[in-house]
Design a protein around this ligand. Structure first.
Ligand code: PLP
Length: 306
């Protein structure tokens, strides 16, 4: 994900030149991972970019900050406005948006309480996460030797910067082994998610996905996939998923803002069914892009037009 600079970004309340958005090397976040962030996409619409799930992403950012005790010095409405202004200012028809809240410079003990809280929003162009073919052909993944953090260690439901050391270990190991992504199990060996995606299974025509209590991020796209599956009349069950279902399901796919809806064609070198994108995955993918790309009305109110 190469960062392509825009002219300006939003930093602590105003749009400033991209290169001037700097922090001191002794900022708390750099040493202790004391940050919270969101990853949002805007797709090209007829009348300008459409931001996907803006309110939900901002709500999750506030939830993350509440969980980790990092008060955001702006209201949710101000952050929503900042995201819209930032996207508009870049002039991009479609882009990736990164709101970021972090502990800045001034205090360097582990206790973050007295370190200032700063906020930035940047937007830049970005294509598909796992390559153009991934959405059609599916990806090869492997089960990680790393586990997702146990419920009483890190807050998995928070999109907190420090959690992503776990994700980095997972994705780099997967790539070293020749896979596009890793699938992480929880401390008891049940399936959680990918390093940056939620995961779904199709069994006897019904959708299965791990529940929130299973050390996963409450993905916005996960919620959308559940909604779209219900729209299609499919049953969706949130349940603990044994590893064996990775090898024996009819279909397996990832969801995420970055990954969108990406089929998984093999796990640990074993093909998922025939090793192709399955029919339900394709149906959900089509329904998802129909809304995001404005081909059908936004019946669930997911889009914010810039
Ligand atoms: C660990 C993890 N799980 C799942 C997701 C998918 O979440 P969303 O659909 O909100 O992008 C992400 C991406 O943000 C993630 O980092």
């Amino acid at each position: 994900m190469k960062v392509i600079p825009s002219e300006r970004l939003w930093f602590n309340g105003e749009l400033i030149p991209w290169d001037q958005a700097q922090v001191h090397i002794l900022s708390h976040v750099i040493h202790y991972g004391s940050g919270a962030f969101e990853g949002i996409r805007a797709y090209k619409g007829e009348k300008g970019p459409n931001i996907v799930g803006l309110k939900q992403h901002v709500d999750r950012l506030f939830d993350t900050c509440k969980i980790i005790g990092m008060p955001i010095p702006f209201t949710p409405a101000e952050i929503v406005k900042a995201v819209v202004e930032t996207v508009r200012d870049t002039g991009h028809e479609a882009c990736y948006i990164r709101p970021f809240v972090f502990r800045g410079y001034g205090e360097l003990g582990v206790d973050p309480t007295d370190a200032p809280v700063e906020v930035a929003v940047a937007a830049f162009p970005w294509g598909s996460l796992m390559g153009a073919d991934a959405l059609q052909q599916g990806v090869d993944v492997g089960v990680s030797s790393w586990r997702r953090m146990a419920p009483d260690t890190h807050p998995a439901m928070a999109k907190a910067a420090g959690n992503y050391l776990n994700s980095q270990l997972v994705v780099t190991e997967a790539k070293r082994h020749g896979y596009a992504e890793g699938v992480v199990l929880d401390v008891d060996g049940y399936v959680c998610e990918g390093s940056g995606e939620n995961i779904f299974f199709v069994r006897e025509g019904a959708l299965l996905t791990p529940p929130l209590g299973n050390s996963i991020l409450p993905g916005i796209t996960r919620g959308y996939a559940i909604q779209l599956a219900k729209d299609l009349g499919l049953t969706v069950e949130q349940m603990r998923i044994p590893r064996e279902l990775l090898y024996t399901s009819e279909e397996v796919f990832f969801t995420g803002t970055a990954a969108e809806i990406t089929p998984i064609r093999s796990v640990d070198g074993k093909l998922v069914a025939e090793g192709k994108a399955g029919p339900i995955t394709k149906q959900l993918q089509a329904a998802y892009f129909d809304i995001l790309l404005g081909r059908v009305p936004d019946r669930h109110g997911w889009l914010t037009q810039v």
